[in-house]
Design a protein around this ligand. Structure first.
Ligand code: NDP
Length: 299
């Protein structure tokens, strides 16, 4: 049976490290790092994420600035707010919650955030820096996966890694990070031939597909480490009518029997995402002040 990789506990540990570092910054520099979150509209899931981010930001001792705009506001108004936050010395990280309303150009908005304050690592400059192996702001979910992998396996050099999914926010940056850690990396996607065979060669398998329980136990190399990024809500008639439950992209029960280590859903990668957002805000602060970011919470 695989060892369960406890992302919830590890995320708490990352937050503790961030908190310690924030305290040290306050003592030695007399400044409190600040994270600004911009929410446009009233998407219920986005409201929950923004509330959680704000709460956890305050818990680690940082300032949290929330800016809520009406869903009908113009792109110009949003760009002007981001410009103000770029110039605000109390703001070290900026996050613009996605998705944005249809009348806004997401790429334009994301690329208007100063790359140094882009704590989600979605700015095209940060994407370019990461894919050329240079120091950058790294997207939070892949950063969380890498920290979990390093903690579980130690040195990743020479391992064969397969990332299923090629999105700009998870799959591609994940592959870049694994390559930077000297893995031999394959990216699989919806057009990959013989995907089960490709996956069965992986010492490290990262699933970021958005298909409930797609990856089954017989796709997994015995002893492999399986990181499940997926968050899928499916019907759960066994609970009650109209009830749902969350599952990953990996079929946990069958994969757990074959893998050496596996992240559960929930309680695996999910909690690492906000923890890494806080870690990235500390990293952004340190870089702005010419300090070395703490190595255990950055790459
Ligand atoms: P996207 O929809 O942007 O990308 C999905 C990727 O999976 C695409 O590259 C697609 O290939 C590939 N894919 C789809 N179907 C198949 C298939 N049948 N076989 C092989 N590959 C396939 O999703 P995201 O990257 O944004 O998210 C992936 C998952 O991770 C989702 O469940 C999402 O909810 C979750 N997530 C979790 C986060 C967390 O905090 N834990 C954060 C972000 C996402 P192609 O490019 O060819 O279409």
């Amino acid at each position: 049976m695989a060892q369960i990789i406890d992302g919830k506990a590890f995320a708490a540990d990352v937050r503790q490290k961030v908190k310690k570092y924030v305290n040290r910054i306050k003592e030695t520099h007399g400044i409190t790092p600040g994270l600004a979150v911009v929410l446009v509209g009233e998407d219920p899931a986005s409201q929950v994420y923004v509330r959680n981010k704000g709460k956890q930001t305050l818990e680690v001792g940082m300032n949290s600035f929330e800016h809520k705009l009406d869903k009908t506001c113009s792109e110009e108004v949003l760009l002007s707010l981001i410009n103000d936050l770029n110039l605000d010395p109390n703001v070290h990280g900026i996050l613009c919650q996605l998705p944005l309303p249809d009348h806004m150009n997401e790429n334009l908005v994301i690329n208007s955030i100063s790359p140094e304050k882009d704590v989600e690592g979605f700015h095209i400059s940060n994407g370019g820096l990461l894919s050329t192996g240079q120091s950058s702001m790294v997207p939070c979910t892949p950063l969380g996966c890498l920290l979990l992998l390093r903690n579980h396996l130690g040195d990743l050099t020479g391992k064969s890694a397969v990332v299923v999914g090629r999105s700009n926010i998870v799959g591609k940056p994940m592959a870049s990070l694994l390559l930077k850690d000297s893995c031999t990396v394959t990216i699989a996607h919806s057009r990959t031939m013989n995907i089960t065979e490709v996956c069965s060669k992986a010492d490290i398998l990262v699933a970021a597909v958005g298909r409930p329980e797609m990856i089954k136990g017989d796709w997994i190399k015995p002893g492999a480490t399986v990181i499940d990024v997926g968050i899928n809500r499916i019907p759960a008639p066994e609970k009650e009518e109209n009830k749902t439950r969350i599952v990953g992209d990996v079929h946990f029960e069958s994969c757990e029997r074959v893998a050496g280590g596996i992240t559960p859903v929930p309680g695996g990668v999910g909690p690492m995402t906000i923890a890494c957002l806080l870690a990235n805000t500390v990293t952004a602060f340190c870089r702005e002040k010419g300090l070395e970011p703490p190595s255990e919470i950055t790459v």
